[in-house]
Design a protein around this ligand. Sequence first.
Ligand code: SAM
Ligand code: SF4
Length: 475
Amino acid sequence: MIFNPEKYNIADEPERPFIDPQEIIRILDRTRSDKVRIREIIAKSLAKNRLSLFETAALLNASDPQSIEEIKDGARRLKEEIYGNRIVLFAPLYVGNKCSNNCQYCGFRISNKSVQRSTLTREQLENEVKALEKDGQKRLILVFGEHPEYDPGFIAETVRTVYRIKTGKGEIRRVNINAAPLDIKGFRKVKEAGIGTYQIFQETYHPDAYRIYHPSGKKRNYDYRITALDRAQKAGLDDVGIGALFGLYNWKFEVMALVRHTNHLEACFNVGPHTISFPRLKEASSVLADKRYGVGDQDFARLVAILRLAVPYTGLILTARETAGIRSEVMKYGVSQIDGGTKIELGAYSGVPKKLQDLDKEQFRIHDERSLNEIIEELLSQDYLPSFCTACYRLKRTGEHFMEFSVPGFIKRYCTPNAMLTLAEYLEDYAPAATALKGWQIIECNMERLNGERNVNELRKRLDRIKKGERDIYY
Ligand code: SAM
Ligand code: SF4
């Protein structure tokens, strides 16, 4: 087959696997990068343009320390320009760990007989949500194994239950999902329950590697999984999240494939993924990972920076799989969302504290077990603006429509004020006195930075309304 770069301009045929691994490998092999080229590419990205596969490959192939530093620095600047200093916070809620797949890296896989299987009862679910609300959480991602019990009707009903539960001033305002791929009808049913993002990670985009890691079960079908979010779009679910599990295959290949997946969704549906996740493989019960493809900390920071530059407007999610130290370092290069106060053992938010090292109850080991408040404290001390904002999704600023808003000025008009308003709620309702003091100082600093913006006086009035007890005010 003749190598044909023009191929990437052709709109995709939907419903067919759209990754050609040989092409990605050829692009990676043939794209050279030098300092001048790297600077040109960073400049293109800083002008808020998405990068092509060739440009992404050039960044991935940069090997001299100076270029790598320039890439990280470019990512840091881009993050500041597009996302400001906001970090959106959420928590995962594990609903059920029954699973009929056999993913070799996952503690929930069917062949792992040591894991205790269960699904939260209605009462347990309610207790979990109440505990999360009492902590100050507003955004959840519900996580499910792949099992006939967790069909679209069950997922939709779980979502509705979560939205119904209110504790004092607490409520969950956005429920995202991480679960198995559905058919179009299934996605429609789940959308009707009012979900935010539907996340599905391809794990590895390399079909041969994929086959090795997924020897049986429905997930064995690479094509069905890779086309899942096309079906979501067809079902009208335009807010989707993609991801790769780093450590299964060559990390540069996976970054290229994530960009390719983004291009594909943009070409076919006029809207790219809302978020990209890049979990690194962690220890799990009875799992023997292939160390060959392990991604070291330096490369991890690099890959996040390259993703940031490649897809300037896509949210990047970094989870508690990583240590506090790594999270703090990698966040600088473009992360927009992190989880806080995370517990992944079923029932753990409301139940008994888990025994240390109890891998048999978890899907994998997490490495940042700090409370939500400890994480907020650290964010504030690093001049981040923690945010629980859910405004866009609730005002239907999603999908293609959302892209229209992703223009300069949008952040200052909507995102930063909404971050301040939701942080103010947290400080009033849940934070210890010391955090509240620090938080209000950060809000004041951010107000000063907004000086001259049209809506500053109005924002001050809204913050006062929150101090007086009003809730859920947003732009
Ligand atoms: N069961 C559904 C699926 O596989 O798509 C959804 C949830 S699964 C519980 C969420 C994600 O956890 C998987 O997509 C995978 O990327 C990640 N994961 C599984 N095992 C892991 C491990 N050992 N370390 C880090 N992440 C892991
Ligand atoms: Fe099941 Fe998902 Fe784990 Fe695979 S990654 S075994 S599908 S829970």
